[in-house]
Ligand binder design. Sequence first.
Ligand SMILES: [Zn+2]
Length: 329
Amino acid sequence: MRCFPNATACLYLYVVTCLILMIGTDRPRCPSMIRIKHDMCHRGVPGSTTGLSFAVDGGIEVQFATHEARDGLLEPDEPEPVTVRNETGESPFLLVVDHAGNLFPRALGRLGVPADECRRHIAWDIGIAEVTRLIGVAIDATVIQQNYSRLVIDCNRPPGSPTSIPEVSELTAIPGNVGLSDSQRAAREREIFWPYHRRMANELDRRRDSGRRTILIAMHSFTPVFKGTARPWHIGSLYGRDPRLSQVFLTLLRREAGLVVGDNEPYAVTDSSDFTIPVHGEQRGLLHLGVEIRQDLVAEEAGQRDWANRLARVLRSASEVILADSCGG
Ligand SMILES: [Zn+2]
């Protein structure tokens, strides 16, 4: 269901609804509780739905299905923003991939970015979707991934932050992100960002409510060279306020032959540069970890398989160590 294009239409229908409800009843009654979702859906508020509804005395709820929103983004035949794999996986691990895809909504073209740039790291985390899928299969973990390019909206940035919808990424200008209106930004949040994070939150709620332990792993890959500077690490173990799992993971990785392992490199997790770990990991008090793998190692199928096997093994060991520690007090 889509929302009305403007608040005037919402108000008009509210008034009409009042009149309809008052006619034909023994005693006139007006809605005592009004929920106009118009503003919510145009601002991309988490948990909001599109459409317009009024709840009135006696539990009557009236909902209107309406025409397309003014700044609607995804057409019905376009791919969903979220893919969930191995939904019934029994592992405590939940693997999430904020930058899995490099799709662009048809309505946005490629944001004025050349096609070859859209295959580079600026548009997505090369190789990580397949590595994560394979890990999910190996350890029977559920995977939740986001399919649209981070150039459309970065699903690991707080909405409204300067890098949420970047006008420049590394050294590449993104013309289609310049001068956006509030409603254009809200459409990207509403149709891509929030569906992904709501799906993740729903999964975490479901596990919590059933008493199931969850270890959240945010999977990423990083470019080997950023703004002309080469990065030496093969893999990084990332955390913000809570290093518990990350330190165990780091120790285990450093036992692997020939690996250069970054401790909060090439990035550290912060509230301004991240969303997934601060919100879904830290705020819920879950064991969690950010993983960054260098993209040249996982760009091809053989590397993806090798890294998936290695990380499946290391993650299993890490969970045994940390869960044994937490059980032992
Ligand atoms: Zn990433």
